[in-house]
Design a protein around this ligand. Structure first.
Ligand code: G1P
Ligand code: ZN
Length: 544
């Protein structure tokens, strides 16, 4: 089994986005496409000789083929050991957990998160570093630079690895350990939460729960932890078998795409708690009976109730949220007297804060919540966190969130997405809004005064690195905000995201319908950006 060097030519479209490289499966299937990116990744890392690499993915179409290619290249490039989830499966949070637990040098995760899968769907690859988190920008920039100059890559001439069999195998000089994808992650969860209290809750006849795995990776994790270990009745987990095309669905846990769950949770016989996770298991949606918890509120409520959870009851060092996430968590941080950080969109920006213990809980409005237990957001962890709160407080989800609003006020929040807009139109729209920003400051719009309007730039307080051009913000004197940015994860044209928020603390105004409460700001955002005129769209593709 000798190492072979294959001659290749560069592809010009391998720039990693918000979360790794995502493209259509058919793009990844082009000869040398995946190989170029993997070699460019290895070449961006210092001294991989003799190191350990974790490899796994969300099980979507092309997962196993990609893993065979990656393992051969890892062996040829000098890795000593690869830890691989059985059948090539690892949720993103489990991969992060395993990188940390086994002190691996890094990991390759194959996923396009919540994007649809199958032969005509999307595929993705990303590299995570030794803290278990997504590679920071200096590495993703180096990877991209390498992809533009690559002329050859190394692999070995060997037969495929048996991904099905737990245990050790060899590929040239590299050991491959095929492990149970769930076990290490489940042990970590048992360490963080009060499993006995959750068992008590789940055995209570008045409590029932539904978890929608959306035919994606969290099925085996949820069945094992919720049903087998914590005693939730069989059938609590629905759509629990991972399918290579995610059942033809769009495994994004939000009110639009988690339709089956949402219908049940807003019915007469709704379960007490509803939850869903995404393609690779890092997102979560939390619902009570006839009640939706916005991800921003979820982070705020979790922070305010940290004393219910064994792992966090001694206090939080800080909270971090992405810039477009609502400011609800900021009020909790203020009350707790802890740091609150506003970072650009993307989990990679939380890594330094978590490593430096400047934040314990982190979250994004895009249904992502997590903590310092790993360095990725974590869907099932958030569900267990909520179960633990419910077990301690013995109230409904709606009561807990309602009381939170009474205490802190409510941040009404919505995101309007306009998907698959021609890229040039989207870029021009953003450029033109940016030009308008300086003149907006001081003006009264939608009945409020604009106090700032800028293009968000972030200076990391740990390493002082600067990330600019991270979204356009318009802030008002009453705490309201309009934020516009273009998605960095889409694979078709451009997706414009418009984030809208307002703050309300009058006790009798806390139960309004979100879209109505934000109406004026929604109309203002549309007018400022001239969305309909420029894109022809009269309404968003998705509202969350
Ligand atoms: C989206 C979300 C962002 C999240 C990312 C990866 O990125 O908005 O919060 O970190 O997916 O899950 P975007 O498409 O907006 O760049
Ligand atoms: Zn995801």
């Amino acid at each position: 089994m000798g190492i072979i060097t294959i001659t290749t030519t560069a592809f010009n479209d391998q720039k990693p986005g918000t979360s790794g490289l995502r493209k259509k499966v058919t793009v990844f299937q082009q000869p040398h496409y995946l190989e170029n990116f993997v070699q460019s990744t290895f070449d961006s890392l210092n001294d991989i000789q003799g190191k350990t690499l974790v490899v796994g993915g969300d099980g979507r179409f092309y997962n196993e083929q990609a893993i065979q290619i990656i393992l051969k290249m890892a062996a040829a490039n000098g890795f000593k050991r690869a830890i691989v989830g059985q059948n090539g499966l690892l949720s993103t949070p489990a991969a992060s957990c395993i990188i940390r637990k086994y002190k691996a040098f890094g990991g390759i995760i194959l996923s396009a998160s919540h994007n649809p899968a199958g032969p005509n769907g999307d595929f993705g690859i990303k590299y995570n570093v030794s803290n278990g988190g997504p590679a920071p920008e200096n590495i993703t920039d180096a990877i991209f630079a390498n992809t533009q100059n690559i002329t050859e890559y190394q692999t070995i001439d060997a037969s495929d690895v048996n991904l099905n069999e737990i245990g050790s195998q060899f590929l040239a000089d590299m050991t491959i350990d095929i492990i149970d994808p769930v076990e290490d992650y489940a042990l970590l969860m048992a360490d963080l939460f009060d499993f006995d209290a959750i068992r008590g809750l789940l055995s209570n006849k008045n409590f029932n729960m539904r978890f929608d795995a959306m035919h994606a990776i969290t099925g085996p994790y949820a069945k094992d932890i919720l049903e087998k270990c914590l005693g939730a009745v069989e059938g609590t987990v629905i759509n629990g078998i991972p399918l290579t095309d995610f059942g033809g669905g769009h495994p994004d846990p939000n009110l639009t795409y988690a339709e089956e769950l949402v219908t049940e949770m807003f019915s007469d016989n709704a379960p007490t708690l509803g939850a869903a996770s995404d393609g690779d298991g890092d997102r979560n949606m939390i619902l009570g009976a006839n009640f939706f918890v916005t991800p921003s509120d979820s982070l705020a409520v979790m922070a305010a109730n940290a004393d219910c959870i064994p792992a966090y009851k001694n206090g939080l060092s800080g909270i971090a949220r992405s810039m477009p996430t609502s400011q609800a968590p900021d009020r909790v941080a203020e009350k707790l007297g802890i740091e609150c950080h506003e970072t650009p969109t993307g989990w990679k920006f939380f890594g330094n804060l978590l490593d430096a213990d400047r934040a314990t809980l982190c979250g994004e409005e895009s249904f992502g919540t997590g903590s310092n237990h790993i360095r990725e957001k974590d869907g099932l962890w958030a569900v267990l966190y909520w179960l633990n709160i419910l077990a301690v407080r013995k109230q409904s989800v709606a009561e807990i969130v309602g009381q939170h609003w009474q205490e802190y006020g409510r941040n009404y929040y919505t995101r309007h997405d306009y998907e698959a807009i021609p890229s040039d139109i989207a870029k021009q729209l953003m450029a033109d809004v940016e030009l308008k920003l300086p003149n907006l400051v001081g003006q009264t719009l939608a009945g409020r005064k604009v106090t700032y309007a800028d293009n968000f730039s972030y200076t990391d307080p740990v390493d002082n690195s600067v990330s600019s051009n991270q979204g356009l913000r318009i802030g008002f004197d009453d705490g309201a905000r309009i934020v516009l940015r273009l998605s960095g994860t889409g694979t078709e044209g451009a997706t414009l995201r418009v984030y809208i928020e307002s703050y309300e603390n009058k006790p009798d105004k806390l139960q309004q319908d979100t879209q109505s409460a934000l109406k004026e700001l929604i109309v203002l955002a549309e007018a400022l950006a001239e969305i309909t005129t420029r894109t022809g769209r009269t309404q968003p593709t998705v509202i969350t």
